[in-house]
Write a protein that binds this ligand. Structure first.
Ligand code: NAP
Length: 325
């Protein structure tokens, strides 16, 4: 049995999402963790309330009745192309929900940790983006995340914003899973080679949050808001990232053909340069995430194991149902 070292209550929004689930797993042994989710999530291992965060009254009630010491707000509408075609929904989920959470946190006088994105930049800079560079999003998702940031910086009594980038993890949709799914069906695939970023493992972000919450309380408790970039070390384009995934998964025979972004007809444009400078988080918080290749190498077998376990569980449940019938 693990023993909690800290009795602070942490409330995680989007607790069943990609980052939310890893945060739950990383933080639960150390803190009293609970969650908020839009609908029931079978894999969630901590108590959680169902709450649509776009509903201000319900969100306020859920947060005030939980009385957390810190809220970690990961919930968002993260499908970038869907956001481009559904502006109202994106605005409500990414900006409206954040306003509701910040207002409730202010009432309780507790800090909020928010996750933002490299997509607040237009990608035209030569070299990594620092926290002080001027945002200029090229898609609607990026615009909503920027408006959420701005509300936090203007209104939150205490807040920390982590801008993360090219996230992947065990739970939810992500690039490595899409590549492996395609590789099961084709011998050749096309991937863009002119967008560069830092593939970032959500488990490593969750571990970094554990460090911040345990050892960097002063940052959390400071008045106002502070922004930090966070990501695994190293940079790569999507096509080379795909090649590395395939090689590591022993699927090196599947060919990746480079294409420019202009050939990929998607509703939302993406920045060509998504590389965020990691200097500030290293200097101020001592956070240095491992190189992205190391993280991917650990992720792939872990995800395979989790997938097999889920499949076995589903089979056992189906067999049990048949027996009962
Ligand atoms: N994924 C990336 O590459 C990336 C990159 C940079 C930054 N980020 C940011 O990092 C954070 C975490 O991303 P992620 O990829 O872990 O997200 P995710 O897997 O899409 O999870 C988001 C979770 O939030 C829930 N949610 C959405 N709207 C909600 C609402 N109105 N009320 C209650 N719950 C709601 C979703 O529930 P449903 O699934 O039921 O809708 C889902 O469980 C987000 O803030 C995102 O903007 C992500």
């Amino acid at each position: 049995m693990t023993h909690r070292q800290d009795d602070r209550k942490i409330l995680i929004t989007g607790a069943g999402g990609m980052l939310g689930t890893d945060l739950v797993t990383a933080l639960d042994p150390h803190f009293e963790v609970s969650g908020l989710e839009k609908r029931p999530v079978a894999h969630l291992s901590v108590p959680y309330d169902i709450c649509d965060l776009t509903q201000s009254r319900k969100t306020r009630d859920a947060i005030l009745s939980c009385r957390p010491n810190i809220v970690i707000h990961t919930a968002a509408l993260t499908d970038v192309d869907y956001c481009e075609d559904h502006h109202d929904e994106a605005e409500e989920n990414n900006v409206g929900a954040t306003i509701n959470i910040v207002d409730a946190c202010n009432e309780l006088d507790v800090p909020v940790i928010f996750f933002s994105t490299d997509y607040i930049f237009d990608g035209s800079k030569k070299g990594p983006y620092s926290e002080t560079d001027t945002p200029c999003p090229v898609n609607f998702y990026g615009q909503t995340k920027l408006r959420a940031e701005q509300y936090i910086l203007e209104k939150a009594k205490r807040a920390v914003i982590f801008r993360i980038t090219w996230l992947y993890g065990i739970w939810g949709r992500s690039f490595p899973k899409a590549i492996l799914r395609q590789a099961a069906e084709v011998k050749k695939m096309t991937v863009v080679n002119d967008q560069v970023g830092r593939p970032t493992y959500s488990w490593d972000v969750a571990q970094a949050m554990l460090t911040v919450l345990r050892d960097k309380r002063d940052v959390m408790e400071a008045k106002g808001g502070e922004i930090f970039n966070l990501g695994n070390e190293g940079t790569v384009c999507w096509a080379d990232f795909a090649r590395f995934i395939l090689k590591t998964a022993d699927l090196g025979a599947v060919r990746v053909e480079d294409i420019p972004s202009t050939q990929l007809k998607r509703p939302a444009p993406r920045p060509l340069n998504s590389v965020l400078s990691l200097e500030k988080a290293q200097k101020v918080l001592g956070l240095k995430l491992r190189p992205w290749k190391e993280a991917v190498t650990e992720f792939l077998p872990r995800w395979k194991g989790e997938k097999e376990a889920q499949e076995q569980k589903a089979k056992a449940q189906a067999a049990e149902k048949e027996n009962i019938a």
